[in-house]
Design a binder for this molecule. Sequence first.
Ligand code: AMP
Ligand code: TRP
Length: 344
Amino acid sequence: MSADLQRVFSGIQPTGDLHLGNYLGAIKNFVALQKSHECIYCVVDMHALTEWQDPTELVGNIREVTAGFLSCGIDPKAHIVFNQSQVSQHAELAWIFNCVARMGWLNRMTQFKDKAGKNRENASTGLFTYPNLMAADILVYKATHVPVGEDQKQHLELARDIAKKFNNDFAQSIKAQGLEEEFFPIPEPLITGPATRVMSLRDGSRKMSKSEPSEMSRINLKDDADTIAKKIRKAKTDPQALPSEEKGLEGRPEADNLVGIFAALSDQSKAQVLKQFGGKQFSEFKPELAELAVSVLAPIGQEMARIADDSTYIEAVLSDGAERARAIAAPIMCDVRRIVGYIG
Ligand code: AMP
Ligand code: TRP
């Protein structure tokens, strides 16, 4: 890695349809970072297994998330696109991190609490230790920057704590090996743009999510133009006109969400959008939002359908990416093995 090129890593789980939240909170930023960084984008199939997946569906979902990356503009030649399970160093480092992270740290993770719900006894142990694997994903490449949506902030903080504890617990051994004192960099989260937390179109208090049963709650990247427009037309709103300033969005989660989506899709701030639409009714705003969303998303959906049909191409991209990812991860993992005191 050249000194001035910082390394970006991020991942998306192949557990359902990619949606507008994934696009605005993550993938759109992945695309932009390609200009300035060396990027590694991963389909995190091992993370998907933390909740049971139908194996046939999982294969299809891995291909589809890959097609999503490519159709949004990620360049698999200039950067790296691959699926996690092809690079065994992720699992190898995750085990070491299982032994570095503390029970107390994982017990605080709100995503585990949300996903496990009331039936915690029956959650997989993988779901509990999932943030350790996520830290391994990032640090096995010594990535310095991690673009994610707001919901991943706490996991990123944990990854930083793991990197610090490892560097500290093994400080003497790191020194004895003649390696840099800060062996693992402390990765920076990149949570940027006006839509870091896109909410459900049916309920402004819930996150837009792959697991929400109602299809009307989210716009999928695969949706065609009519479906996108219909979902926006039917999106929940309140009866007031749009405010002229951002402060006026407080306590109006649905309005805030739609304005944030408009802003992110048109590369503006919410304040700029409100300058244009302040005082207007949703009946005027929604058709404009629908037109904008269709113009940005429908071509992505078409491209996704085209690429998804070509599984030979997708698998070639993933295996080429995995090989290049391994070439970065293997020597780092080799150092880690010596640092912790393994033989061989
Ligand atoms: P996941 O689908 O959970 O694997 O998430 C993949 C990426 O999309 C992560 O960076 C998430 O933070 C981001 N993401 C998921 N849902 C949303 C949402 N509703 N709003 C913004 N970002 C999201
Ligand atoms: N946990 C992330 C999510 O559910 C996905 C993920 C796995 C990830 N490993 C990562 C994101 C490493 C960033 C970096 O959205």
